[in-house]
Design a protein around this ligand. Structure first.
Ligand code: PAF
Length: 277
């Protein structure tokens, strides 16, 4: 396992014969990330995992400063899951001072749905900026993104289609959401929850699960909102949307996705599930 911090060393580690698999992360790895790394290892060698808490995707007042950072533990876990290279750059390596790091044109799914785009203005500009820069540096054949960040997955997929000349042959692979035994979706932000909040947080997965038996998107949304209210959470949104465009739908005639963002105290959590047609 090689831990590299600069672009030259990364190029040395990735310029061999193999096909590069890539798992971009912000570190604080958990079983959800490890399953993405294992998935990448089943497709490609070498597997590169990036650990970089990207400042440009956090808004003012968000948790950039307190986001958990644990490099040594992350390196060990990534290696055990099958990574050959950990890329842990500094902010200066990712965004060289005096050079512009362009934000690619944002696809519609990053600007129209009124979900993370509306509640975290500037977030997807930062995500696309850092992911595009990482793709330029790592040049992966496969990049694995978790379904837990469902809108992000669709945004990256759409950006990759839009910029297909820039990263020829790059395939975005979907990793399923890994859950705790009681249903809570794994997330680095779960580390912020105290015991009471951890219980309250179950309202997201339980609300989504109950909503799966609804007859209409409207009924599903009512069920999810009620679950959040009962758990004492405050909802940013609890919606059922077209699974591809994330735009509103009237009926379950097309694949649909339930998506929730809610706050337990000042901790913001997201989750989503497919809604059966
Ligand atoms: O999902 C994440 O952890 C981040 O948004 C990503 C894709 C690593 C970009 O910083």
């Amino acid at each position: 396992m090689q831990v590299v911090r600069d672009v030259e060393a990364l190029k040395t580690e990735t310029s061999g014969e193999g096909v590069v698999g890539f798992v971009p992360t912000m570190g604080a790895l958990h079983e959800g990330h490890l399953s993405l790394i294992r998935q990448a290892a089943g497709l490609a060698r070498p597997v590169v995992v990036s650990l970089f808490v990207n400042p440009t995707q956090f808004g003012p007042g968000e948790d950039f400063a307190r986001y958990p950072r644990q490099l040594d533990a992350d390196v060990e876990m990534a290696a055990e899951a099958g990574a050959e290279v950990v890329f842990a750059p500094s902010v200066e390596t990712m965004y060289p001072p005096g050079e512009e790091t362009p934000v690619p044109p944002l696809p519609e799914v990053a600007t129209r749905p009124g979900l993370e785009d509306a509640h975290r203005p500037g977030h997807f500009a930062g995500v696309c900026q850092v992911v595009a820069r990482l793709f330029d540096l790592v040049l992966p054949r496969f990049a694995v993104f978790g379904e837990k960040d469902y809108q992000q997955l669709l945004v990256i997929r759409a950006m990759t289609v839009q910029e297909s000349d820039r990263w020829p042959g790059l395939e975005i692979i979907t990793g399923r959401t890994i859950r705790e035994p009681d249903g809570l979706a794994m997330s680095s932000r779960n580390a912020y929850l105290d015991a009471g909040q951890r219980k309250q947080a179950l309202a997201l997965s339980r609300g989504l699960q109950s909503a799966q038996s609804a007859a209409s998107p409207g009924e599903a949304e009512t069920i999810m909102l009620r679950a959040l209210e009962t758990g004492g959470l405050s909802a940013d949104y609890a919606v059922v949307r077209d699974a591809e465009t994330l735009l509103p739908i009237e009926s379950f005639s097309r694949p649909a996705r339930g998506l929730i963002a809610a706050r337990v105290g000042n901790i913001r959590l997201i989750d989503n599930m497919g809604m059966e047609v």
